[in-house]
Design a protein around this ligand. Structure first.
Ligand code: EPZ
Length: 423
């Protein structure tokens, strides 16, 4: 397994290009199952999770061709000849559950492995199932699989989500596009990735309103056509790299960055003393290395709140703030696994349930640390950028799931980061 060696050094400067959003692409790709015409995605990120989704779609009979060095995904589901999503693929990536809604809507039945939990939590899919049942699906859970049937096709229904779920909203929206009648989703997720999915579905001929609000209404149609759609900018990659010049000092421009994708995060970052300017090129972020990093309390929430996927990265910054910051993780039950690793680097963090209290220290010290999940891994890289000496982050296959060419992007702004082949 590869490792990444980070050597703390001074202020950063330069430009980092931001790729298309992993979490948009992972819901846009299954949308190909809704139509027998080609769906082409541009600005696709080159990540191992994307390859996993490609493999899953291919196992169902869809064709996925990566063009332009993986930036374009030309897909066609003309010949869906398998309605079973096997555990051996689904267990590698939970987002595989997003083939359930489209398969059921298109084929009238689907057998999809339950994804199981992951490092950050139990990650149940009960809300996905509840939404599909509200559209008339008959579901049977046995031997670790969801056996779903909609013999006469799905019917429009009303879904009141008891809590906001990105994936359940995505599965429900996709399934509803081909249901007979109107579907209303209340307490729907409002993430930009959902807005992007709806814009793509609309290009395919879907009739949907309310994306980005808590109520989404879908008028089912008989069939969907093909489309070409650009994947929206990855706001989590954006936020991650925005933290680099703040943690090290300096000025970095994030190409393609848009403030509207991360308003709450930008407010928190400015409260630490960083400055953020929106220009045509993207977002320019800077901090004077002689200015202290101010502590800022953060509570994660569904969009438009502070993203849970940036909590670990923000904690890395708070480890060297001048004072104490309280971070509340409200979305997942076990998303502080980066804390013990940061403490190996000298951070002072007290974790109690979903609350982490971070007391900033003058300097972190480089150390060998262990990556545990995608966002925890990158928080250790960020901490290493500002630490004295070398930090070796092991098990970086977690990183490759969500960050393409991380070393090159950071090297381009002056960071000392290199990948070494694992032992
Ligand atoms: C998506 O996961 C993202 N993944 C996650 O990003 C992100 O952290 C999460 O949304 C929240 O923003 C993708 O888009 C592929 P949820 P998802 O359903 O859809 C509970 C990353 O690092 N819940 O919004 O699985 C759930 O346990 C990943 O890129 C149920 O109880 O998240 C959690 O506590 C990590 N029942 C909360 O809701 C359900 O049926 C929010 O989960 C579904 C979810």
């Amino acid at each position: 397994m590869d490792s990444i060696i980070v050597t703390g050094n001074g202020p950063l400067s330069g430009t980092i290009p931001i790729a298309g959003a992993k979490n948009a692409c992972l819901t846009l790709m299954p949308a190909t199952l809704l139509s027998d015409e080609p769906l082409t995605l541009t600005n696709a990120p080159r990540l191992s999770d994307i390859q996993t989704m490609s493999d899953l779609l291919a196992s169902l009979g869809a064709e996925v061709t990566a063009l332009n060095n993986g930036r374009v995904l030309a897909m066609s589901s003309h010949h869906v000849n398998n309605i079973k999503a096997d555990y051996d693929i689904v267990r590698k990536m939970r987002a595989s559950i997003l083939v359930l809604g489209p398969l059921l809507a298109r084929e009238g039945h689907a057998v999809v492995s339950l994804p199981g939990g992951c490092a950050i939590g139990a990650r149940p899919v009960d809300l996905h199932l509840r939404a599909l049942e509200a559209m008339g699906a008959e579901l049977d859970l046995r031997d670790g699989y969801v056996h779903a049937k909609a013999p006469g096709g799905l019917k429009g229904g009303r879904v009141d989500f008891p809590l906001v779920s990105v994936g359940a909203t995505e599965n429900a929206v996709m399934a509803a596009t081909l249901a007979k009648g109107t579907t209303v989703l209340q307490n729907a997720a409002r993430e930009p990735e959902i807005v992007d999915l709806v814009q793509c579905l609309r290009r395919m001929g879907a009739q949907i309103e309310g994306e980005g609000t808590e109520t989404i209404t879908v008028q089912g149609v008989d069939r969907l056509g093909g489309a070409t759609h650009p994947v929206v900018t990855d706001r989590i990659e954006l936020g991650t790299y925005m933290l680099a010049p703040v943690i090290c000092g300096g000025t970095v421009t994030l190409k393609g960055g848009r403030r509207d994708l991360l308003a709450a995060f930008c407010e928190a970052l400015e409260a630490t003393g960083a400055s953020i300017d929106q220009t045509d090129a993207g977002l320019t972020v800077s901090r004077d290395p002689n200015q202290p990093i101010l502590p800022v309390d953060v509570t994660t929430a569904p969009f438009p709140g502070f993203p849970t996927d940036l909590q670990a990265q923000m904690m890395a910054l708070m480890c060297i703030a001048k004072g104490t910051a309280v971070l509340e993780e409200k979305i997942f039950e076990n998303r502080f696994m980066h804390a013990p690793e940061l403490m190996r680097m000298g951070a002072q963090i007290d974790v109690s349930g979903g609350t982490a209290t971070v007391t900033g220290v003058e300097k972190l010290r480089g150390a060998p640390v262990m990556a545990t999940d995608l966002r925890a891994s990158v928080s250790l890289i960020l901490a290493g950028l500002a630490a004295e000496g070398q930090t070796r982050v092991n098990r970086v296959y977690h990183l490759d799931r969500g960050y393409e060419h991380l070393e090159e992007k950071l090297q381009a702004v002056g960071a000392k980061v290199e990948r070494v082949q694992g032992e």
